[in-house]
Design a protein around this ligand. Structure first.
Ligand code: MCA
Ligand code: AMP
Length: 524
């Protein structure tokens, strides 16, 4: 549907060329973000009311980089972190970039069983954890072969105590295609895969978004997303840091706190659940939102009904955009022009999108098929999985998203389904196969199918449909309790329905679409 912009022409004179070349030798996104605005400006206003200037934030990051180096972390090493959201988490992200290390951010909801796979696969040099879980994480790390596990707290012997004693170091020059981070994401089958994100993936996407959403140093962004996924970590932080916008840093989403922050802010980035919850808040009025210039939604489909209700309440049209861990942001509704409910807009600058059939043949506009993407935003591949990486790309470098879409007569991309078996709950991805394996392993269970059903708050509610073995009796509460300790809270089924059998097609494949239709009203 669109081709990337032409590459910029080479600089005219040889000296200009040399200057451009030496500047281009370092593509570390740390330096690119730091150069976005003067050091004296406020980068981040924390909940407690303390402001942190950009100089303080980037200086803190350099000191963290110094501590990482002192612990033996070298460029290219992985640093895993399962930490709560506070300003030093932002500094850690930047510190890893400065040290040339790749951050492996981990959802705080992940259980030991889930963490074990990430640690064994990514073999981090260092694993930083919450102080409260240090003993358990040390045991887990030792079993997974991680040499060093430290507490990301400030008590004696913790990592942050080491930071106090460390010296600031200069950032390590990095190439455009060097690794900046690894984020685990599941595919249609099998274990989670580590998506390798490069410095250029991050900087190209941040530049495209700053331009598309008109970010400037006059903006104040309400940051209420977690900082262990692409949305809160890369989209929100990089856009704000590159443009010089101030970050109103909130530890987690809380509708009261967001409503209170609106009069001093200009922008909010959120998942659809944020907007559903704001609409439920009595203080969320047209007047309350009057100072804001932009509300962005992504990570999951925004219901057209929420979009319309929001416009009617506030006069603001939510700007919906579309992205993925492997690609960063792909498409966005326009800043100027119609922001269409149910559509995700146009490819961002420099990014090409096409609709293809299951064999990778491009389809004409108006036809429905799998969305494929090409551009500087597309990741480098899955960590240690060359075959899986190759399987997700077509000739010509097209990455197969697994989302099903179509381009309408208005040119807008619309996501109409998923070729991958995925449930998105409150913006978090849940892979049914992982939950089904846990349920199928329970005594008395013959088989199960996990589906997403319409849920007002979370968009989709994770739901298990379970069949008992002949002669066995199953109990919903017992099933939910049995799988809970092994699954992050957001992945746990909200309900488990016991049925006699699962609908199958002639090939014997479970018909999940039929299950979704049958149980569509479960959550009201
Ligand atoms: C919390 N719970 C959830 C979820 N979050 N259950 C299902 N889905 C969830 N997303 C559980 C809690 O553990 C708790 O369980 C119960 O639900 C109620 O918790 P509550 O306090 O209401 O939840 P919360 O803490 O307010 O969290 C809801 C949330 C949060 C604010 C929507 O999930 C969130 O911040 N989501 C953002 C996700 C995100 O950043 N996605 C970006 C991925 P119990 O009662 O048993 O204790 S990046 C991505 O997708 C791509 C790249 C993109 O395009 O952005
Ligand atoms: P993740 O693997 O966590 O990066 O999730 C990426 C997936 O989230 C995409 O492949 C889509 O299925 C979904 N997604 C992200 N943004 C949107 C959106 N605006 N509308 C519908 N689905 C979305």
């Amino acid at each position: 549907m669109s081709e990337p912009d032409e590459p910029s022409p080479p600089p005219a004179s040889p000296s200009a060329f040399r200057r451009a070349k030496s500047a281009a030798m370092n593509d570390n996104v740390f330096d690119i973000l730091e150069a976005g605005a003067p050091a004296g400006r406020v980068a981040l206003a924390d909940e407690g009311g303390r402001d942190m200037t950009r100089g303080e934030l980037f200086g803190r990051a350099r000191r963290i980089a110094g501590a990482l180096v002192a612990l033996g972390v070298a460029p290219g090493d992985r640093v895993a972190a399962q930490i709560d959201k506070f300003p030093d988490g932002v500094a850690l992200y930047l510190g890893c970039l400065a040290a040339g290390a790749a951050l492996l951010p981990l959802n705080v909801a992940y259980t030991g069983a889930e963490l074990d796979h990430f640690l064994r696969d990514a073999t981090p040099k260092l694993f930083l954890c919450r102080p409260s879980s240090l003993d358990a994480m040390r045991a887990l790390g030792a079993a997974a072969g991680v040499a060093r596990v430290e507490s990301f707290g400030d008590g004696a012997g913790s990592f942050l105590a080491l930071v106090e004693a460390a010296r600031e170091i200069a950032s390590v020059p990095r190439g455009a295609h060097d690794l900046a981070a690894i984020l685990y994401t599941s595919g249609t089958t099998g274990r989670s895969k580590g998506a390798m994100i490069t410095h250029d993936n991050l900087s190209s996407n941040a530049r495209a978004l700053v331009a598309a959403w008109r970010f400037t140093d006059s903006d104040v962004l309400i940051h209420a997303l977690p900082i262990f996924h692409v949305h809160g970590l890369f989209v929100a932080l990089n856009v704000a840091l590159l443009s010089g916008a101030r970050i109103d840093f909130q530890r987690k989403f809380d509708a009261d706190a967001v409503v209170a922050a609106l009069p001093r802010a200009t922008c909010l980035m959120g998942v659809p659940t944020f907007y559903v919850r704001l609409l439920d808040h009595p203080g969320f009025t047209r007047e309350a939102a009057a100072h804001m210039r932009l509300f962005v939604s992504g990570s999951a489909p925004l219901l057209a009904e929420t979009h319309r209700e929001f416009s009617a309440r506030t006069g603001h049209a939510i700007l919906e955009r579309y992205g993925m861990t492997e690609t960063g942001m792909i498409a966005s509704n326009p800043y100027d022009g119609a922001r269409v409910p149910g559509a995700v807009g146009f490819p961002l600058s420099g990014i090409a999108v096409r609709i293809a059939d299951s064999e990778g043949r491009a389809l004409a506009d108006g036809e429905t098929g799998v969305i494929e993407v090409r551009g500087p935003n597309v990741f480098k591949g899955y960590w240690n999985m060359p075959e899986k990486t190759a399987a997700e790309f077509r000739d010509g470098g097209w990455f197969v998203t697994g989302d099903v879409g179509t381009v309408g007569p208005d040119g807008h991309l619309r996501i109409v389904g998923r070729a991958k078996d995925l449930v998105i709950s409150g913006g978090f991805n849940v892979y049914p196969k992982e939950i089904e394996e846990e349920i199928d392993a329970l005594p008395g269970v013959l088989e199960s199918a996990v589906i997403g059903l319409p849920h007002r708050d979370f968009g989709e509610g994770v739901t298990a449909i379970v069949v008992a073995r002949p002669g066995a009796t199953l109990d919903e509460a017992a099933i939910l309790a049995a799988v809970a300790p092994r699954l992050a809270a957001f992945k746990r089924p909200k309900r488990a329905l016991i049925v006699a059998d699962l609908p199958r097609n002639a090939m014997g494949k479970v018909q999940k679409a039929e299950l979704r239709r049958t149980h569509a009203g479960l959550y009201g």
